[in-house]
Design a protein around this ligand. Structure first.
Ligand SMILES: [Fe+2]
Length: 242
């Protein structure tokens, strides 16, 4: 009898549709997208090109970011960059920014065309389509760096437990530098915790069905308060195209 290894993407799809949340290990994701061992180190260099988020600064949080969106067609599994626009928070989601457009700096060209980004988008597009049979998706892409220092902890989710008003919400760990904390929690609509995990290895991917879960990340603080401290993540959401 031939032994067939379980396909991690199919396994992730099953968990998403049954439980509503799934954590993919870095080794699984790296293998699924056909990346090499140095892929995440190389990809992390894009996080050195992020710029301050003035909206987060109003809340006392120091965060660097950029933003862009893609049109993903399920039939051909390709993500095409869309013209840059303001980011509008969907209704019934993050209460801090409802009805307020936020103008972020666009993604850098080198990031937008990075083959690794497109491999991740393709994988996420397949999983979004496993959640809902949608022909055309809008993928919103947010590379973030949350900073912490001796003067103040960093708040990865200053809004607390929340939804993002999309179908699929994902968080890919890019790196943790000199930080403690940053624990991810995912709950169901009744507040029962479905998952608690600290994403520590670059390439670890947390996925949630945003229609029926809420998520939050605990504050981060420096291990050595005299050194720079930050948490880098790539948040990507999928929602049906307008
Ligand atoms: Fe979120």
């Amino acid at each position: 009898m031939t032994r067939v290894d379980a396909d991690p993407v199919e396994a992730a799809g099953r968990l998403l549709t049954s439980v509503g949340v799934c954590l993919m290990r870095a080794a699984e994701l790296t293998k699924c997208i056909g990346a090499d061992d140095d892929a995440w180190v190389r990809f992390s260099s894009h996080w050195e090109k992020l710029v301050p988020d003035s909206y987060a600064a109003e809340l006392g949080t120091r965060r660097l970011r950029r933003y862009g969106s893609f049109c993903y067609k399920a039939a051909d599994e390709v993500a095409m960059p869309m013209p840059h626009r303001a980011f509008a928070q969907p209704e019934n989601s993050n209460p801090l920014y409802i009805e307020r457009d936020r103008h972020f700096e666009p993604l850098a060209d080198a990031f937008t065309s990075d083959p690794l980004l497109h491999k991740v988008l393709r994988l996420l597009g397949r999983l979004a389509t496993a959640l809902d049979d949608v022909a055309e998706w809008t993928a919103k892409v947010h590379p973030f760096r949350v900073l912490a220092s001796a003067e103040g902890e960093g708040q990865p989710t200053p809004e607390g437990l929340h939804r993002d008003g999309v179908t699929l919400v994902t968080s890919l760990l890019i790196g943790r530098h000199n930080i403690a904390g940053g624990e991810s929690s995912v709950c169901d609509q009744h507040g029962h915790r479905l998952l608690k995990a600290t994403l520590s290895e670059p390439g670890t991917l947390l996925l949630g069905d945003d229609r029926r879960t809420l998520h939050a990340v605990s504050p981060i603080r420096p291990v050595d308060p005299t050194e720079p401290a930050h948490r880098d993540v790539l948040v990507i959401t999928f929602a049906p195209a307008d």
